[in-house]
Design a protein around this ligand. Structure first.
Ligand SMILES: Cc1ncc(COP(=O)(O)O)c(C=O)c1O
Length: 326
């Protein structure tokens, strides 16, 4: 969304790139690129981190690959995506020829409404924390959607921003049909490396593994997966920094006339402003790009998603928005 030179509040990846030690790991991995990728160390590290069996771990070429892979392998009779949410899983399902039904979060709070998910859905997709609303739903509520005969796909691409990950289902090998998807893109600032993974029952993992292109996760991505799974300190520091910046930003935005801010557990905030398109162009004229949120089913032209950046950048956004609204 951002034009060159604009301050980019549209993309929801941590600004500034990955930490130096991780860059060094990635560069060192290039020396191993003379051989085909070896996922073994990444699988072992991820399994240990989530206390899962290695047979329940599948590295993916970004978490997006998980959505496309599942869409190509599963044969759901009734797929339901819980909106407003990241649209890629729905796109992947439709491209694979599946009809997709939309279920919606609660209209005002955007909290998960388990009762709105049809009982006979045999594939349910839900984000936690959810993009773009920022909701963090309780693990027991999300887990309550799992049942025999249903695949429950929980997209946890942003869960590391919640610090202790208490609401994650990544460790739940006991829930029937659960697939948890994770990404290194957001918190680790690695969108170009394409590193993610999924956790699910070993039989489904084996089916997905067999349906994959060979070596779809490259050597650099494998190195990133192994290194990040083993480092909880960086993740919790980033989460703390983002939480503090988000609280300050949400407070300042909430003080602007006509602006509604939803509480968020991630590195972005959903806003509603009067006359969204005019606000967006006013911000663009001031060198600030924000993400229009009307492409998310259930949201409209007055909804905008903004990333949490550094406190200085955030203050620039608040000042620009204040000017535009005046
Ligand atoms: C909620 C959510 N899940 C998954 C992804 C995909 O991330 P990646 O494929 O880079 O891991 C995104 C990217 O925007 C996202 O917002």
């Amino acid at each position: 969304v951002a034009a060159p030179g604009q301050l980019d509040f549209a993309v929801n990846v941590i600004p500034g790139g990955p930490p130096g030690w991780l860059r060094a790991e990635l560069l060192a991995a290039l020396n191993r690129a003379v051989s085909y990728p070896d996922e073994g160390p990444a699988i072992a590290a991820i399994a240990e981190r989530h206390r899962r069996d290695p047979g329940e771990v599948l590295p993916t070429n970004g978490s997006a690959e998980a959505f496309w892979l599942l869409a190509s392998v599963l044969r759901p009779a009734r797929s339901v995506v819980v909106h407003p949410t990241f649209t890629e899983p729905e796109v992947a399902l439709r491209v694979a020829g599946h009809a997709v039904q939309r279920s919606y979060r609660r209209p005002d709070s955007f909290a998960l409404d388990p009762g709105a998910v049809p009982d006979d859905a045999d594939l349910v997709v839900v984000g936690n924390p959810n993009n773009p609303t920022g909701n963090l739903d309780r693990a027991d509520q999300v887990a309550g959607l799992a049942r025999p005969g249903r695949v429950l796909l929980v997209d946890e691409a942003f869960i590391e921003f919640t610090g202790d990950e208490a609401q994650s289902l990544a460790g739940r090998g006991d829930l029937p049909g659960l697939v948890v998807v994770r990404s290194l893109t957001k918190l680790w600032a690695l969108p170009g490396v394409r590193a993610g993974y999924l956790l699910c029952a070993p039989d489904l993992a084996a089916t997905l593994r067999a349906a994959r292109q060979p070596w779809s996760v490259n050597t650099v991505a494998c190195a990133a997966l192994a290194a990040c799974a083993g480092d909880r300190i960086t993740a919790s520091r980033v989460a703390e920094r983002v939480t503090a910046a988000r609280q300050e930003l949400a407070g300042a935005l909430g003080g602007l006339p006509g602006v509604r801010v939803w509480p968020s557990a991630a590195n972005f905030l959903l806003l509603q402003v009067p006359e969204g398109p005019a606000v967006r162009s006013g911000l663009a004229e001031r060198g600030v790009a924000v993400r229009p949120a009307d492409s998310f089913p259930g949201l409209g032209p007055d909804h905008l998603r903004i990333a949490v950046r550094s406190p200085e950048d955030n203050r620039r956004l608040v000042a620009a928005l204040g000017e535009v609204l005046r």
